[in-house]
Design a protein around this ligand. Sequence first.
Ligand SMILES: Cc1cc2nc3c(=O)[nH]c(=O)nc-3n(C[C@H](O)[C@H](O)[C@H](O)COP(=O)(O)OP(=O)(O)OC[C@H]3O[C@@H](n4cnc5c(N)ncnc54)[C@H](O)[C@@H]3O)c2cc1C
Length: 266
Amino acid sequence: MTLKIIVMMKQVPDAEEIFIDPVTYTLNRTAARGVINIPDENALEIALQIKDKVGAEVTVISMGPPQAEEAIIECMGRGADRGILITDRAFAAADTYATSLTLAATIDKIGKYDIILAGESTTDSGTGHVGPGVAEFLDIDQVTYAESAEVVDDKIRVKRILEDADEVVEVPFPVLVTVLTGANIPRRATLRRKIDAIKKGIERWDHETLGLPPDWIGIRGSPTIVGAVKVPEEKKRASKKISLEQIPEMIDELFEKGIIKREDGA
Ligand SMILES: Cc1cc2nc3c(=O)[nH]c(=O)nc-3n(C[C@H](O)[C@H](O)[C@H](O)COP(=O)(O)OP(=O)(O)OC[C@H]3O[C@@H](n4cnc5c(N)ncnc54)[C@H](O)[C@@H]3O)c2cc1C
């Protein structure tokens, strides 16, 4: 039976085009072009490598505004078979809890799935909550920090990169895997496939399609409250040029000021 893979993809503003409003200190994303969140490209690439090797149907899902369609078409141009955009004003201002719940409801509605791939975190918000949150809502196993993954019989073998070690784990389906930025080199879309994707079209689902009550989604379904936003104080840095002979004198000065300490703490 054909393997079913779902890739969670978020369209994010191109980081190079975001700037901080000098008056309000908020991120101004309006001028920024929408692009695929970088580790989501790596997650898609893993899905497509599995498809190439053992055959699979790859579905890309994205919750976002109508413009996110462009990013889904790009994913289909790279080889994904189906695209679903979860879009509705009622989803606006969702925190990571409501986002995870909505994506889990989408996956539940898709029905049969073996592997869900997500990025480890996003470049615009970057909490890293959503992948694990979706796995929890679906009550399935999850593997985080993946650098690569392959299908072995009816399991996925994942190489995880941890702070002080690499780890290889094998997990049976269904499973959710979050993928690290730079895990691979994503392939390019072909024009032929993009044209096919445009012809095929993208499904658009709203909260009614998903059967989600408005109280569970968007801002109403988001328990997070942003209490305050603080801009860190700008630290003044100074530098001075010294000669080699002045180094011992400078070290004494740093000890005196308590900037550096001896190993014994004196
Ligand atoms: C305290 C707080 C308040 C917020 N308030 C607002 C607000 O008022 N308005 C607002 O618009 N946003 C708000 N956000 C941002 C919003 O919660 C996030 O953009 C969204 O929940 C996704 O979280 P993330 O970007 O941290 O995803 P992460 O958890 O970093 O993403 C991990 C992976 O999950 C998948 N993923 C994440 N989001 C999506 C998606 N939409 N579709 C498909 N896959 C996805 C991707 O594979 C991604 O790589 C807030 C966030 C926080 C933490």
